[in-house]
Design a protein around this ligand. Structure first.
Ligand code: CP
Ligand code: NVA
Length: 339
């Protein structure tokens, strides 16, 4: 398998075998890390991390992953560079590509990460755009594999905004790896039909199935994984909370929903999650909407505190796996095939 110089912009660009290879490599790197076996395979290389939006997991996973591989790292935050304000993405790409061996990008437009990939001449990794979040899917699938021992045939349900970056990417990943994907949400929040059609085509080859339902009990009955994400994503205006709550408050992942799944089902979330009043936004939304939507009165939005804190929840294992999988993506795209 040779992924050298490839961009990692959407999982649509990768075959099932290539994704499996990245998961196997992640598993190996995780074992080495736990055993204290150094893996500084990319000494003398340098990477730059471009963030137009905030991040805890993705930034730290790239930084620690790069340092574990022996690389130098530069972080450019939402206000730290000339990009967008005084310099186009295309020009930024051609500058950074002359200094760095790889570029991570988190931002708004998928076109921007594609432009970086096209013009920089070095591998570009998508750390989240409004459309996709592909590195998160590798961590999620590594976690599912660790828990169940396999991916193909897993009954996977995503509850919530099914046309956001997570909904889109989990559907693509499921199609590629042969999972049975169900999206549970009001119709207004289902993905573009064109993307569903693309995934159904892929599913024909892999044995995956893709379906959507508005019925939360039907969609979560006897499944292995229940996954959710925030109801309002980064970059969306605060004003959408009202309409999103109206659409999704009844889709909050609670114990009744978990009990409807298989007895050994797990709960997953890419994080950060609103499950209490101990965040500014959680508190603000709870105070604003407690009378119209009693479910959110304690700052619990997409998931209850009881579910995320339960033994069924694997969210922190999933968060740790961001680092092992992102490290694998950098290693696979930067090292020579036979190294
Ligand atoms: N899941 C995830 O991407 O988290 P961050 O926003 O903290 O990077
Ligand atoms: N849909 C979320 C994912 C965060 C990792 C967002 O874009 O904010």
């Amino acid at each position: 398998m040779n992924l050298k110089n490839r961009n990692f912009i959407t999982l649509l660009d990768f075959t099932s075998e290539e994704i499996k290879y990245l998961l196997d490599l992640s598993q190996q790197l995780k074992k080495e890390k736990y055993a204290g076996i150094p893996h500084k395979h990319l000494q003398d290389k340098n990477v730059v991390l471009l963030f137009q939006k905030d991040s805890t997991r993705t930034r730290c996973a790239f930084e620690v992953g790069a340092m574990d591989l022996g690389m130098g790292v530069t972080y450019l935050g939402p206000n730290g560079s000339q990009m967008n304000k005084k310099e186009s993405v295309k020009d930024t790409a051609r500058v950074l590509g002359r200094m760095y061996d790889g570029i991570e990008f988190r931002g708004y437009k998928q076109e921007d990460v594609e432009a970086l990939g096209e013009y920089s001449g070095v591998p570009v990794w998508n750390g989240l755009t409004d459309q996709y979040h592909p590195t998160q899917i590798l961590a999620d699938f590594l976690t599912i594999q660790e828990v169940f021992g396999y991916l193909k045939g897993i009954k996977f349900t995503y509850v919530g905004d099914s046309r956001n970056n997570m909904g889109n990417s989990l559907m693509i990943g499921s199609a590629k790896m042969g999972l049975h994907f169900t999206g549970v949400a009001p119709k207004e929040l289902w993905p573009d039909q064109a993307l569903i059609d693309t995934c159904n085509k892929i599913a024909e080859e892999t044995g995956a199935t893709i379906r959507f339902t508005e019925d939360k009990m039907d969609g979560t009955n006897d499944v292995d994984v229940i996954y959710t994400d925030v109801w309002v994503s980064m970059g969306e205006p605060k004003e959408v909370w009202g309409e999103r709550l109206a659409l999704l408050h009844d889709y909050q992942v609670d114990k009744t929903m978990m009990d409807n799944a298989n007895s050994d089902a797990i709960f997953m979330h890419c994080l950060p999650a609103f499950h209490g009043k101990d965040t500014e936004v959680g508190k603000d939304m709870a105070d604003t909407f407690k009378d119209s939507y009693p479910r959110v009165k304690n700052g619990e939005m997409e998931v209850t505190d009881e579910v995320i804190e339960s033994p069924q929840s694997v969210v922190f294992q999933e968060a740790e796996n961001r680092m092992h999988t992102i490290k694998a993506v950098m290693l696979a795209t930067l090292r020579d095939a036979n190294e």
